[in-house]
Write a protein that binds this ligand. Structure first.
Ligand SMILES: *[C@@H]1O[C@H](CO)[C@@H](O)[C@H](O)[C@H]1NC(C)=O
Ligand SMILES: *[C@@H]1O[C@H](CO)[C@@H](O)[C@H](O)[C@H]1NC(C)=O
Length: 560
């Protein structure tokens, strides 16, 4: 509930001059996309039934290539506003990912291949994004919702991705000899889809993984005490020693290995950040392997539980429910896009495999078990219905490990081989009911649920929740009287705060005035008393009274 209220419209992204390379122009990317869906992956992710229709897709993307990102071993990042910059290559990656996404979900000639055409709203008959009622416009802010964490790399990635999903003139041919201009032109003409976000330090949903003390405690414990970590640390000592000599300014402990990998990788691949000495390919492959091991273990179901992904899972369930209601006629968001981080993606996958109460995770084999999602990779939840108007709805998860990769299925733990849901939506899918039964207990449906699970006391929503509890303890919210009155909305809490402040100010004002009145009287009485011995008729009251009056008047001026 809470999160819908403070969503700030932060950015309507101008995405001019983003792509500069010929290989991301609309026609070449569109041509490449069907090839990417070639067998065997296409066979693996084919829908079971051509009678299915796609009602909604909820996509969680990783941003594109960025500058170096130093992190502490507990995932904390530097406070610098917006974080490291998305690189031009990163924009291209995201735009290409958007083109591939459009080929799979939007463009009629290609999306049929995988039975994943996201139909625009009834009768709209077009596939462009724009103003409802204009010819050719089937997507608008009423059925497309994009949100992002509040960082340079994700907001910019969201814009680039969406410019690939909804180019204004997908058929425009690249001008040979001037590919940069053609790409820039296409970019400038793309429909601008608004990207919503919340302030970075209040973002408990997409970036909750950076501010979850309960998870940090588990992680610190794992780093310090787990035999698994100690063993890996020993195994990797020689490699770390050797590579550490190349980057002596970096801490080469296993806990800190992300930073060694990131510094080497970003310089080697994109030529930005601090220059690092050359490294042979085999050693670099070992560096990468070790970083993948570390990062995927940190995000493993057994460690992360639902703490890192539960909030997104909660949002997803709400959107699926809205789509379920909408499928019988109403409006709903059909295309939801979350511009995020690999931690967000892995956190969601972890949450769907294990929750708090379980001994054993429902482990499923997926492409990111042992490697972190590639830049601009996409994790998409699809809601399929039967086009014959049947009641069954099914959820399927697919992933693309970077814009050039094939789409593959991420099998859900609730999938039952060959059941009606798989027949409708393809292997690895579950009925919406089964998905809800799986995901419901792992969802953190409100900021309050997240605050409690993570023991966060800093995010504003968590402080409001704590304040509500304190008010309830002193009987101000009527918590115990009626279940209907138990929930105090943030607005009510704010109102209470306002009332308290006004009451306190009024009390203070009364106290000041009363004090002054008393002093005034005493002063008058004192002066009068003094004057009793003097001669009242000589008018000696005045010099005593006047300064007192002036000071009261001065005080009143001050309060006004
Ligand atoms: C390197 O990092 C580890 C883990 O964060 C830390 O325990 C260790 O003290 C650091 N070493 C140095 C020399 O800073
Ligand atoms: C090392 O890898 C790069 C990039 O993958 C490749 O271009 C290069 O040829 C490789 N070098 C050797 C010696 O294998």
């Amino acid at each position: 509930m809470m999160a819908r209220v403070p969503l700030l419209l932060l950015v309507v992204l101008g995405v001019a001059a983003i792509a500069t390379a010929a290989n991301v122009d609309p026609s070449s990317a569109a041509a490449a996309a069907p090839a990417a869906a070639a067998p065997p992956a296409a066979a693996a992710e084919r829908s079971g039934s051509s009678g299915s229709q796609l009602l909604m897709v909820y996509s969680i993307q990783r941003h594109g290539a960025r500058n170096v990102l130093p992190k502490s071993s507990l995932l904390a990042e530097s406070e610098a506003t917006g974080g490291p910059t998305l690189l031009p290559q990163g924009k291209r990656q995201c735009r290409a990912a958007g083109r591939s996404f459009a080929a799979r979900y939007i463009e009629p000639t290609t999306c049929r291949n995988t039975s994943t055409c996201l139909a625009p709203d009834n009768g709209a008959g077009g596939f462009a994004y724009g103003i409802v009622g204009k010819p050719g416009v089937g997507f608008s802010n009423y059925n497309v919702f994009s949100n992002s964490s509040a960082l340079d790399r994700t907001i910019m990635s969201a814009g680039a991705f969406l410019s690939g999903v909804f180019p204004s003139s997908p058929a425009a041919p690249p001008t040979s000899g001037a590919p940069d201009t053609a790409a820039d032109e296409a970019e400038a003409q793309s429909a601008l889809v608004p990207v919503f976000t919340v302030a970075e330090h209040e973002d408990w949903r997409i970036r909750g993984y950076t501010r979850c003390p309960a998870y940090e405690r588990r992680l610190a414990d794992w780093l310090l005490h787990s035999p698994e970590f100690a063993q890996k640390s020993k195994e990797s000592a020689a490699l770390r020693e050797r590579v550490g000599k190349l980057v002596p300014h970096l801490n080469n402990s296993l806990a800190n290995w992300w930073n060694v990998y990131d510094a080497l990788n970003v310089w080697r691949t994109y030529g930005v950040g601090e220059p690092t000495p050359p490294l042979d390919n085999a050693t670099f492959a070992d560096v990468v392997e070790l970083a993948y091991w570390l990062e995927t273990r940190k995000m493993a179901p057994a460690l992360a539980g639902n703490l890192l992904g539960g909030a997104i899972v909660g949002d997803l369930l709400g959107r699926l429910e809205a789509a379920e209601r909408g499928s019988s006629g109403g409006q709903h968001y059909r295309l939801l896009s979350v511009s995020s981080h690999y931690n967000t993606q892995l956190g969601v996958l972890a949450a769907l495999q294990r929750d708090e109460g379980e001994q054993e995770p429902h482990v499923v084999d997926h492409l990111w078990r042992d490697r972190i999602p590639a830049l601009a990779s996409v994790l998409a939840f699809e809601l399929h219905g039967s086009s014959g108007g049947g009641q069954l709805l099914a959820v399927r998860v697919v992933a693309q490990n970077g814009p050039a990769a094939a789409w593959v299925v991420v099998p859900l733990p609730c999938a039952q081989q060959g059941d009606a849901a798989e027949q409708l939506a393809g292997p690895g899918a579950c009925s919406l009911a089964a998905f809800r039964a799986l995901a419901g207990p792992r969802a953190l449906n409100s900021s309050r649920a997240w605050c409690d699970a993570c023991s966060n006391t800093k995010v504003l929503a968590c402080r409001a929740a704590a304040m509500e509890r304190q008010l309830a303890e002193v009987g101000l919210s009527g918590e115990s009287t009626s279940p209907l009155r138990r929930y105090s909305s943030p607005a009510m809490v704010a109102a209470w705060c306002l009332v308290s402040v006004v009451a306190a100010a009024a009390a203070a004002l009364v106290a000041v005035l009363a004090t002054r009145l008393v002093r005034h009287r005493r002063g008058a009485a004192g002066a009068g008393g003094g004057l009793k011995t003097a001669d009242a008729e000589h008018g000696q009251l005045r010099p005593v009274q006047q300064p007192l009056q002036r000071s009261v008047a001065g005080g009143d001026d001050g309060m006004l």
